[in-house]
Write a protein that binds this ligand. Structure first.
Ligand code: T3D
Length: 266
């Protein structure tokens, strides 16, 4: 039953995962959480999957939590939102960050609440120019979650983080790119083409080097320069032991395109 709330399209070397509850702007209910988790686990364990493309069906990317599951008239007592974060949103953000394969997010329309912050948890975010990012939480008496307070503060600084979180004003895709929250805003009709070009490039690339690059960049946000130089030494030592490194150098010297094995070889 949960399959069709998330569509999984395995292509040559990569997988496209589409959140698929368009009549609810792909907001999360438990079924969609379960299906997305299973899809990401499957990608993680699939030797033929070198990269992941996450997007949404219909006119939105994701409107965060499905609020019809939080209707006070149905629930009576307030739900324990700490528990739902612990069970669903926090593991999702951690999984996207820790995934050893690049995760590209194509934000096809509005991304609100946790939907915005899940997009920011991906490695590379492209957004349609018409898309908007909305920290909708304050409108319902909540704080930004799914890493929102982290992404906004890290990428934008306190002034913009607080204003976006407390006003819940929509941020255009263009401003999100100019402010460094996402990689690029692209014309709506070119979004999927651009995203697929990128994901195909990663699928044919040195998967282990990408994983180590992610880890190194994540470590940089807490390390001193000395610590980071030491971390780079360790990561580069590992990258330098890979067949993909040998192939990359050989291809350069032989003036031909590299034929990386990447995820296909583990
Ligand atoms: O609860 C926990 O577990 C804690 C975790 C919380 C994480 C969170 O994400 S909390 C924040 C939840 N999200 C929101 O507050 C956003 C709510 N949605 C909106 O503010 C607006 O829908 C948008 C600004 C995103 C888009 O506006 P618009 O005008 O383009 O579309 P719309 O007409 O509002 O929405 C279209 C339909 O989707 C509509 O249904 P209808 O009237 O056609 O039957 C609307 O009710 C539905 N929809 C949109 N967002 C949600 C939703 N239904 C349930 N939950 C939603 N989040």
């Amino acid at each position: 039953m949960s399959e069709d709330v998330v569509l999984i399209d395995k292509r040559d070397g990569y997988t496209v995962i589409t959140l698929n509850r368009p009549d609810r702007l792909n907001s999360f209910n438990v079924a969609q959480h379960e299906a997305l988790r299973a899809a990401l686990d499957a990608c993680e364990n699939d030797a033929g999957c070198g990269a992941i493309l996450l997007t949404g069906a219909g006119r939105g990317f994701c409107a965060g939590q499905d609020l019809s599951d939080r209707d006070p008239k149905m629930l009576g007592d307030n739900p324990d939102l700490g528990a739902t974060l612990e069970t669903w949103y926090n593991p999702l953000v951690r999984k996207l960050r820790a995934m050893e394969k690049p995760v590209i997010c194509a934000v096809n329309g509005v991304a609100a609440g946790a939907g915005a912050n899940i997009a920011f948890s991906c490695d590379i975010v492209l957004a349609a120019k018409s898309a908007k990012f909305i920290q909708a939480f304050s409108k319902i008496g909540l704080i930004p979650d799914a890493g929102g307070t982290y992404w906004l503060t890290r990428h934008l600084g306190e002034a913009r983080a607080k204003a976006l979180a407390m006003t819940a004003e929509p941020l255009s895709a263009g401003d999100a790119a100019d402010w460094g929250l996402i990689w690029k805003a692209v014309d709506d009709d070119r979004l999927m083409e651009e995203a697929e070009k990128l994901v195909r490039q990663f699928a044919a690339g040195p998967t282990r080097a990408y994983a180590l690059t992610k880890q190194a960049i994540h470590a940089a946000s807490v390390n001193s320069l000395d610590e980071q130089l030491d971390a780079e030494r360790g990561f580069q030592r590992e990258a330098g032991r890979s067949d993909d490194y040998k192939e990359g150098v050989a291809a350069f010297l032989e003036k031909r395109p590299a034929d990386f094995r990447g995820a296909r070889k583990g």
